[in-house]
Design a binder for this molecule. Structure first.
Ligand code: DX5
Ligand code: ZN
Length: 216
């Protein structure tokens, strides 16, 4: 079980402090939400931000691309220091090619699906991915409520993993608090992104502990 705090809810003027805070308190990954103002209605970080963050932490950078034309930027994010790169199935007509490009850079390849996208649509790339991100909110913003209908897709992916001997991790992102994390774990998820639950709290350390306890 891994916890991946999303720095979308961190203090951008104190990113180093906020990354160190979660690293010192049991985070497994740092989740970086890249938004382009087109694929989602919000704008955040680019490759230069990843490059600046890279030396600040030893944790893997779990990079979630919410951008159009992801193929045009994969090399830049890989070279900037991303350890996992996630591409939305909805963002490209060529998801297989995008995942191949990530693997060619020796970076872990992740496919991401929105709440309205079916598992069937990524069936043919399941054998090639290191991680699948099941969005449990519509992407774009932190602090939204968990969409419980997504649990069924986690169950489907967990079943396909066992049946076919696949190795992928199943990550969930959006509205994750101890209660929803527990539900996702029961469905088969093993990587949990949390932004506002961790960073909006007075004591992020305690929130990470509570999340860990919920999924152990
Ligand atoms: C949403 C992002 C999430 C976001 C989650 O588009 O992908 O990573 O930070 O925020 P919370 O945990 O507050 O729902
Ligand atoms: Zn995310």
């Amino acid at each position: 079980m891994k916890i991946s705090p999303s720095i979308l809810s961190a203090d951008f003027a104190n990113l180093q402090r906020d990354i160190e805070l979660v690293e010192e308190n049991g985070a497994d990954y740092i989740h970086v939400d890249v938004m382009d103002g087109h694929f989602v209605p919000n704008i955040t970080f680019g490759p230069d931000a990843i490059k600046a963050i890279r030396p600040v932490t030893k944790l893997p950078l779990d990079t979630h691309l919410m951008i159009e034309n992801p193929e045009s930027y994969i090399d830049d994010f890989a070279e900037a220091g991303a350890d996992i790169i996630g591409v939305h199935a909805e963002a490209t007509a060529h998801i297989h090619r995008a995942l191949q490009m990530i693997k060619n850079k020796n970076v872990q390849a992740e496919v991401v699906i929105n709440p309205g996208t079916s598992v069937d649509s990524i069936y043919h790339v399941l054998s090639m991915v290191d991680q699948i991100l099941v969005m449990t909110v519509n992407p774009g913003f932190g602090g939204q409520s968990f969409i419980k209908e997504t649990l069924y897709k986690i169950e489907q992916l967990a079943k396909l993993k066992v049946e076919n001997g696949y190795k992928y991790d199943i990550e969930v992102d959006g509205g994750i608090v101890p209660e929803t994390a527990k539900q996702c774990k029961a469905a088969g998820a093993n990587v949990f992104v949390a932004g506002s639950y961790i960073y909006s709290a007075e004591q992020p350390k305690k929130q990470i502990q509570l999340l860990k306890e919920a999924v152990e």
